[in-house]
Design a protein around this ligand. Sequence first.
Ligand code: AMP
Length: 267
Amino acid sequence: MSAYRDRTAWLLGGAALCIHPPSVVTRARRIVLVGPPGVGKTTQAALLSGALGACPLSTGDLFRSAHRYAIPPGSAMAEAEDAMQHGRLVPDDIVISAVRDRTRCLQCSGGFLLDGFPRTVPQAISLDTLLTERGIHLDAVFGYVLPDDLLVERLSDRRICPRCHTSYHLRQQPPRQAGHCDHCGGPLRQRADDRPSAIRERLRAEEEAAAGVRSHYARSGLLIAIAAEGTPQEVLERSLAALTSHVPAALGKVALPTPGAPTRSSD
Ligand code: AMP
């Protein structure tokens, strides 16, 4: 099962269509990935996408990719970009409206892996409403957990390719040629919000909101806590095992992606 998804509909919103629609899947998975910045949500979303066929949908990618288009000063996207660059959360109304504009992605026959949304309780309630209105049910919410010192280390060593969103880790998952993307040769960059001052601000700002989101999904019985220590492949295997036991007989046989393959996108 290919992990590649162009996600045009998600990144552009509105009436935009994906160039490569999802391949046929036996059973579409609808999963939310929550956890602090640096815990590896985007890496897991890409690996789970390879195993389950569902499309990885990151609100962080959505806001970052807006940069490629002209953003009118004073617009919601300009406000989102400013919040991101200063390590703050984007205001709920902007995030919710952006996701609402992409509801078609939540209805996609391939399923979805929501990465980085919802991040606050109002966002979680809006997502519940959006899904209920359309008769869509979540399979599970994976809550990834990792000690703070490991989070800071992972974030400061992370590099991304701004062209194709592939993510690297200087020690655990380095590019073949230092400073260049294995896929497209693009110059690797450190995200503005992965610099130490912004990292501390992000972790502080996000934990309070994240605790509320975890409780929200714990109450609905959807939350599965997953330890994020170890290699991406180990965490993937833990996630798939958790899904199998949480949703018995739902998973069937899944093909695990090749260990060590770089993952697309940026967490
Ligand atoms: P991520 O790539 O998920 O780490 O997101 C990068 C940045 O985008 C965050 O630090 C926030 O500034 C912003 N962002 C992404 N998703 C959300 C969200 N659901 N709510 C608020 N801000 C968000």
